[in-house]
Design a protein around this ligand. Structure first.
Ligand SMILES: [Fe+2]
Length: 289
């Protein structure tokens, strides 16, 4: 059955994903379903399918499938990687009580550093995660800084990092390139996080609810203005700074984000405040007046 459009992501949510590399949906899975999934995990019942199996054929008869079939969850999946993406791999991450060390910061399985098409990782938190449980740590906006797995593992903390402290039933959906790690669990309870990676089977072109695209994008604004930081049009969302940006890196990330937005919208002329256009105006490409 086709998914009701109201569950698809909005244009502003998509732009936020492009800028930050993830979206967060707090407390979206009902408590009763969280409890059943926890029981399945504890019983070892959450079995992975073979890589490249269509997601619709995975997890038959399980509570995990019920969660994946929720319209809210289908809305995020379909908006980002299209209908019925391929299952890539899963991981039930368990952080032991009172463990001595955190996981090193890393990017997952990055073996292609140039393509624009992206995988998503769903991270599902089946129980409450208070700060002392560590939570998953993400570095917003890091997804275009391609690193080779644990290249950056020696670094413990990053300016702007966000620990995911959340209620049971929270989901994150992340670009595969984002820097992240599991933080140290300092409680006497186990911490669980269930992750599924998905590969798109379709070109990632305007898959979300684009009814608001034109309105959200606004017109072309040639100059970088003070209002950039206080409006919520797409150009402004794509230019929002992360705390770890300094002048030069911030510009690079804005260019990376604009390129991704062009890829997702199919609009090769989209720009945010002239950032990309100015480097495309090479004299040999311009007609003489
Ligand atoms: Fe990871």
């Amino acid at each position: 059955m086709a998914l009701d459009k109201k569950y698809l992501l909005t244009t502003r949510q998509m732009a936020t994903f492009v800028a930050k590399g993830f979206l967060r949906f707090d407390d979206v899975v009902p408590a009763e379903l969280n409890e059943r999934i926890m029981r399945e995990i504890d019983a070892g019942g959450v079995k992975a399918s073979r890589a490249a199996t269509p997601l619709s054929q995975c997890y038959a008869g399980t509570a995990v499938k019920e969660m994946l079939d929720m319209p809210e969850v289908q809305g995020m999946i379909q908006s980002l990687v299209g209908p019925d993406p391929l299952f890539d791999h899963q991981a039930v991450h368990v952080r032991q009580p009172n463990e001595a060390a955190a996981q090193g910061m890393h990017g997952d399985s990055i073996i292609d550093t140039s393509r624009q098409a992206f995988d998503v990782q769903l991270m599902y938190f089946p129980h409450d995660v208070p700060l002392e449980m560590g939570g998953t740590l993400v570095v917003p906006g890091s997804q275009y800084r391609r690193i080779n797995e644990s290249d950056i593992a020696r670094y413990q903390n990053f300016i702007g990092q966000v620990p995911i402290v959340c209620k049971a039933g929270t989901l994150l959906v992340l670009h595969h390139g984002i820097w992240h790690c599991g933080r140290r669990n300092q409680t006497d309870k186990m911490r669980y996080m269930f992750k599924i990676r998905l590969n798109p089977r379709v070109r990632q072109l305007r898959l979300w609810n684009t009814e608001d695209l034109e309105q959200a994008q606004g017109g072309f604004k040639p100059l970088f203005t003070r209002e950039t930081y206080v409006t919520d049009d797409i150009q402004s969302i794509l230019e929002r700074q992360e705390p770890w940006f300094e002048n030069a890196t911030g510009r690079l990330e804005i260019v990376n984000r604009i390129k991704m937005w062009r890829f997702l919208t199919g609009d090769d002329h989209f720009d945010a405040h002239y950032w990309l256009t100015r480097i495309e105006n090479e004299p040999q490409n311009l007609e003489l007046a």
